[in-house]
Design a protein around this ligand. Structure first.
Ligand SMILES: Cc1ncc(COP(=O)(O)O)c(C=O)c1O
Length: 465
């Protein structure tokens, strides 16, 4: 069987911090403080996957019909072990978290009276997926659980339990009318996108079981950031993680975990595979076969997950990497809050929600409300002009920034960001007003128009993430 071969990392790795930039291909003038959105491919991983691209082109038939399938089976085995799945055949690759979560949510057989519960902090497009599903027959309800920061883990857990109990009361009323018990499916983030916050997702999954609710865990940010994953123990009904974020795989690499007991619930891969067998004719699951081939695509990113694990082992392994990133997130977050004269979202709670992403309040007057144009202005002023960029979001009546700490980060980056943000915020208040009076032109169209007229109009403006 073909094995994944990555170059031996026999030299000493660079030190964590700016030295580590040697292992990445960043523009030397750019300070990447938003690893959380798109991930970043280490150059040793980019090197390690080159031979697979060569193989794919040397003999496309051989690569796609034999070699890549064998290699990806080996990688799946390694990844299943890494996330603590009980069986390798419970884990398949999908291109990204959106793909995996859409596959699950759209493939569930929805019936009248069912409920698909999401959260106010569910990732935007996944919450839209839930809304879309509730907009089409048989129109499952889309109730929303609310999490407002600052809060505590125990408060979230208690609220989650009472929320699911209230959904169960609604279900009992529907069951009386329908003559059958509708199902409840809950989408839970392991680590919320914005605010970047680790949720007590294992406890939330456990409560789902107690309340007879299916759990679909959006773990887009988990692998590579959350230590010692043990899916067999956490036992969610479905779980999806992006390897191209914190694990350092090439983009378009995610894992979909479906325990054996649920593999018949997921009737088909999306796109439908030639391996699809109608549930009427199927005896047993062919989950893996369906996901092994469901359309021609670049399969090398899946192989890159294994190369990423080798790279991470070379850096010192998961605990060493994450201890560094976590320390920088906390120290950097505090320093940024000090420069901005604001606060970190969970400082008072002892950083219980913080792994490697830290959320710091933006120094705006409270009158400045949620407006896409403000987000766009930050992109223009920081990403394009100042070449430093964290994510921005509006939560609980305030603007916040979410900064990612990575192996190349230093507290100094947060200091540079702080100075750049002070300037950007001042300009934004001047341009947009402080929100206390009738706003000048701040619609998305006006902002885009304004950006198009800047000296940087050759830069593409991305409207997402
Ligand atoms: C929590 C969460 N879920 C899902 C996604 C979607 O990931 P992708 O764009 O790779 O599908 C993201 C992306 O940032 C995310 O943060």
């Amino acid at each position: 069987m073909a094995q994944v071969e990555t170059p031996h990392f026999d030299s000493e790795p660079p030190a964590f911090g700016h030295e580590m930039r040697k292992c990445f291909s960043f523009d030397p003038d750019y300070i990447n403080m938003n690893h959380g959105s798109y991930g970043s491919l280490p150059s040793p991983v980019a090197e390690a996957i080159k031979p697979y691209y060569a193989m794919a082109e040397a003999n496309p038939d051989l690569f796609h019909r034999f070699t890549s399938i064998d290699i990806i089976r080996d990688v799946r085995k390694r990844m299943a072990k890494f996330i603590g799945a009980a069986h390798t055949d419970e884990v398949v690759f999908v291109p990204n978290a959106s793909h995996g979560l859409n596959n699950i949510l759209r493939d569930i057989t929805w019936e009248e009276g069912d409920m698909l519960c999401s959260c106010n902090t569910t990732y935007n497009s996944i919450s839209k997926t839930a809304e879309y599903i509730s907009d089409i027959p048989p129109y499952p309800e889309n109730p929303q659980f609310t999490i407002i920061f600052p809060t505590t883990r125990s408060e979230i857990i208690a609220n989650w339990r009472s929320y699911l109990q209230s959904l169960n009361q609604t279900r009992a009323i529907s069951a009386g009318k329908l003559g059958r018990r509708p199902k409840i499916v809950a989408v839970i983030d392991s680590i919320i996108s914005v605010p970047g916050a680790l949720l007590p997702w294992q406890e939330m999954v456990k409560i789902c079981k107690e309340e007879d609710v299916w759990s679909v865990v959006d773990a887009a940010h988990s692998i590579g950031q959350e230590l010692d994953l043990n899916l067999a123990e956490a036992d969610p009904d479905f779980w999806v993680t992006n390897c191209h974020k914190w694990l350092f795989a090439k983009r378009s690499c995610a894992l979909l975990y479906v325990p054996r007991r649920n593999q018949l619930i997921l009737k088909a891969s999306f796109p439908t595979s030639r391996a699809y067998i109608s549930p009427k004719q199927r005896n047993g699951s062919n989950f893996v076969e369906q996901f092994e081939w469901n359309g021609t695509m670049d399969f090398v990113p899946y192989i890159s997950a294994s190369c990423a694990l080798d790279f991470r082992a070379w850096l010192g392994g998961e605990h060493v990497i994450n201890a560094y990133c976590h320390r920088i997130a906390i120290e950097g977050g505090k320093r940024l809050a000090q420069i901005l004269g604001t606060e970190v979202i969970d400082q008072e709670q002892d950083f219980q929600f913080t792994l490697n992403m830290v959320n710091v309040a933006v120094p705006f007057p409270p009158t400045i409300s949620s407006d896409f144009a403000i987000d766009m202005a930050f992109r223009q002023k920081l990403l394009i002009k100042k070449k430093i960029y964290p994510a921005f979001f509006y939560h609980n009546g305030k603007w916040w920034t979410r900064c990612s700490a990575q192996v190349w980060s230093q507290v100094e980056d947060f200091e540079i960001l702080g100075e750049a943000m002070l300037e950007a915020c001042k300009e934004i208040i001047e341009e947009f007003g402080d929100g206390s009076e009738e706003k000048p032109k701040t619609s998305m169209e006006d902002t885009i128009e304004k950006l198009a007229k800047t000296e940087l109009n050759d830069q593409k403006v991305f409207l997402f993430k």
